[in-house]
Design a protein around this ligand. Structure first.
Ligand SMILES: Cc1ncc(C[n+]2csc(CCOP(=O)(O)OP(=O)(O)O)c2C)c(N)n1
Length: 245
């Protein structure tokens, strides 16, 4: 839980967090930027040696941005291939735009083929299949020190956000309900045990939300905090928040 306190330093949306202790780099509202940052961290990981890899995640609509191509180009330079695991969560919608009206390729991972990036399409509504697929992909990046692409097919149970209507989309498969039924059918959990997992989760969320609501309000002067890393220049120009003379 202490690790998660870091999340509160994030100055973006509630779900656009960073967590230094877990090596989660800041996420931006500007979709796909993370794909042009990923080769940077992967380059450092490759130079340092060891088996560290960079995992970068985005939606299928975002792959239309140039940053996705940047990631493929920079991760596959001959002799400088980089250990980047590119994960595309394909829920077939970019807010209200259907994917089938935007993609000439059959699968997003097909784009990687031109760059020699291997890939796999996985049923993201199946947590066990997803776990194994992520492990295979991570093992590849760790061992080969090269990029790999995973396209994860998932449901979109609600609207994009409260701005586009958060109502449930009725025709979509609910992956949690499906998995729960599978566990019940196979005697792993009883319906009562499932119910208690739901209750525990609800209580945890309610407690976290109450705690967050009691957090002190940010002060106007805090708006300039944590925007840039500390630098020696800050000490010379203490009143200049940009850190630049
Ligand atoms: C550069 C940029 N253009 C447009 C937007 C507005 N926008 C926010 S989310 C989104 C669609 C994202 O769809 P997708 O990449 O499929 O991810 P999903 O939200 O479905 O997980 C758009 C266009 C943005 N945030 N940044």
């Amino acid at each position: 839980m202490e690790d998660l306190r870091d999340l509160r330093d994030a100055k973006d949306d509630s779900h656009h967090y960073a967590c230094r202790n877990w090596n989660v780099a800041p996420v931006s509202s500007v979709i796909e930027l993370q794909f042009s940052m990923a080769p940077g961290t992967a380059l450092v990981q490759k130079r340092r040696g060891g088996d560290g890899i960079t995992i970068v995640v985005g939606g299928e609509a975002g792959t239309a941005e140039g940053d996705f191509a940047t990631c493929m180009v920079w991760s596959t330079r001959p002799g400088n291939e980089l250990p980047v695991l590119m994960i595309v969560m394909n829920n077939r919608w970019g807010i209200s735009t259907p994917a089938e009206t935007q993609h000439g390729e059959r699968h997003v991972i097909d784009r990687g083929k031109g760059f020699g990036i291997p890939g796999e399409v996985v049923d993201g509504n199946d947590p066990v299949a997803s776990w194994y697929a992520v492990r295979r992909a991570m093992d590849y990046c760790r061992q080969e020190r090269r990029p790999y692409m995973l396209e994860v097919m998932v449901s979109r149970l609600y609207g994009h956000s409260s701005s586009s209507g958060a109502q449930r989309v009725k025709s979509e498969e609910d992956c949690i309900a499906l998995f729960e039924q599978k566990l019940i059918d196979n005697g792993v959990l009883t319906p009562a045990e499932c119910e208690s997992v739901h209750r525990e989760a609800e209580e945890e969320v309610a407690a976290a939300s109450a705690e967050a609501a009691n957090d002190p309000r940010p002060k106007p002067e805090d708006v300039e905090k944590f925007t840039y890393a500390d630098s020696k220049v800050d000490r010379v120009y203490p009143g200049d928040y940009t850190g630049l003379p």
